[in-house]
Design a binder for this molecule. Structure first.
Ligand code: CA
Length: 484
């Protein structure tokens, strides 16, 4: 995946099947050979990116089986239910998790109902819930490859399709996929969302995945979360307040959501705790219609102290995108880095990219250290970056900085923010293929050089390696970009 790529100037002509890259430092003198993950070669044709096959990644089920820590879950198994192998698999996801175990889960047939976890002993040793695949399923006893070529689905029309209702934390939910199969890279490269786990809540005003008050250091990856608002434009079928992944009251501290497809809830991510990372996700259809609802892509509230929000693709939503806000107390979100995201929402009600606003009748909320770098905002009828400090009940913003962003048909209002090298116009032709969701640039568009970790784009390209650090989510690389 992108993070594994070498952070050096790479000559694409020398990228071969041998697993070696000949890298050339800027000084042009030193030659290095660097081992990379073996995979089929990716290609760059103009700026149309074709992904290679996924690299061989971690094999958590196989590793757990080797270590003697694996338990197996398979709907319809007819053995003794001990979980010792696929024949004797557990047939219903347990409400009590055994700390440190790896639960390998087969494809479902009719689908499970809700998974409500009520007991999980506290420890910093991770417990893992892993989608079994053909390539990674642990024991072969009782296994059929037909158990590992689809999704494991959990659905409800109740409170939550997944609920973590205990305090232990350190839980990983992993659909065992790749950037090519789930999340923003797949969405923007013509892939399909083949996430290993899928949680569905078909009820209005409820939760798909709930970590309220619980779940420190949780990890969710290669997972699909589907809510109830089914339409992409026009009137949404959701009339209540529904949530995709929610962590009210301090849940999901230091949590990670990555390479996931989160869609069709009023607010798709809501109120994560301190220190969370949200990256490489495809987030779509944050929508609702009705008097009580107020759709946001991601509600970032006062519990947020430290948040990395990067490399996501956000499409089709009705109101605030990434909403920096709070109420009740004066301390709002702080220490938030938002970079390398694409937000695109033509034809929806009133989308804005990043909005900073809120207060209550007793005074303004204070936001601090909100950094907005190298994002691309397109077709957002209200705004791209929208700082509403200065309005009555607008809040106030200190250390809020916007640089190197591109807004096309998405007007910015920086108000009190520090800002430079941002583009705000209606030039859709600067993108390679807007209707095809290719937001790469057709030509350089110089921004200002920043420091690490802002020096890579979502595909792992080093910004400024060709002498020009470009604006927007994707670096323009003279001579071609490297791709996953
Ligand atoms: Ca460049």
């Amino acid at each position: 995946m992108a993070s594994a790529l070498p952070q050096l100037t790479v000559d694409m002509r020398k990228l071969g099947r041998t697993g070696l890259v000949i890298a050339r430092l800027a000084a042009g003198i030193l030659l290095l050979t660097i081992p990379i993950v073996a995979q089929a070669p990716s290609t760059v044709t103009g700026f149309s990116v074709t992904l290679g096959s996924p690299p061989a990644g971690p094999r958590p089920c196989s590793d757990a089986a080797t270590a003697g820590n694996a338990l197996y879950i398979r709907q319809g198994a007819t053995g003794n239910g001990s979980g010792a192998d696929w024949t004797n698999a557990i047939t219903t996801p347990p409400s009590t998790l055994s700390r440190g175990k790896t639960y390998c889960v087969a494809d479902t047939t009719t689908g499970f109902g809700a998974w409500n976890i009520t007991s999980h002993p506290a420890s910093t040793t991770y417990t893992k819930i892993i989608k079994a695949t053909v390539a990674d399923h642990g024991t072969s006893t009782g296994w059929s490859d037909s158990f590992g070529d689809g999704q494991a689905v959990f659905s409800t029309s109740g409170t939550a399709a997944f609920n973590y209702g205990t305090s232990g934390g350190y839980l990983e939910i992993n659909g065992n996929g790749s950037a090519q199969t789930c999340g923003s890279v797949a969405a923007l490269s013509g892939g399909t969302q083949g996430c290993g786990f899928k949680f569905i809540n078909s009820a209005s005003g409820q939760f798909v995945m709930q970590w309220n008050g619980n779940g420190t250091h949780a990890i969710v990856r290669y997972t699909e979360l589907q809510g109830v608002s089914g339409t992409t434009t026009g009137t949404s079928s959701e009339t209540g307040e529904s949530f995709g992944l929610a962590a009210w009251g301090g849940g999901f501290d230091s949590g990670v959501i990555q390479y996931s497809y989160i869609h069709n809830s009023m607010t798709n991510i809501d109120e994560l705790g301190a220190g969370a990372t949200v990256e490489y996700n495809y987030i779509a259809n944050s929508r609702c219609s009705g008097g009580v609802c107020h759709p946001n892509v991601m509600y970032i509230g006062g519990g947020t102290n430290g948040l990395t929000l990067r490399y996501n693709f956000v499409k089709n939503y009705d109101a605030e995108g990434f909403f920096i806000t709070w109420f009740s107390t004066r301390t709002g979100p702080r220490n938030v880095s938002i970079y390398g995201n694409v937000m695109y929402s033509p034809g929806t009600e009133a989308p804005r990219g990043i909005e900073l606003r809120q207060a209550d009748g007793s005074g303004d909320v204070n936001y601090a250290n909100i950094l907005i770098y190298n994002n691309t905002f397109v077709s957002l009828s209200i705004a791209g970056i929208y700082d509403r400090s200065g309005e009555a009940f607008g809040g106030s913003c200190s250390g809020c900085v916007a640089r190197n962003n591109i807004s096309v048909n998405a007007n910015n209002s920086f108000t009190t923010m520090t800002q430079n090298n941002n583009t705000d116009d209606s030039t859709t032709s600067r993108f390679v293929n807007l209707s095809g969701l290719n937001f790469h640039l057709t030509a350089p568009l110089a921004g200002v050089a920043l420091t690490s970790p802002y020096n890579l784009d979502a595909l792992g390209n080093t910004r400024g390696a060709d002498g020009t650090w470009d604006r927007g989510a994707y670096e323009f690389c003279s001579g071609g970009c490297i791709v996953p």
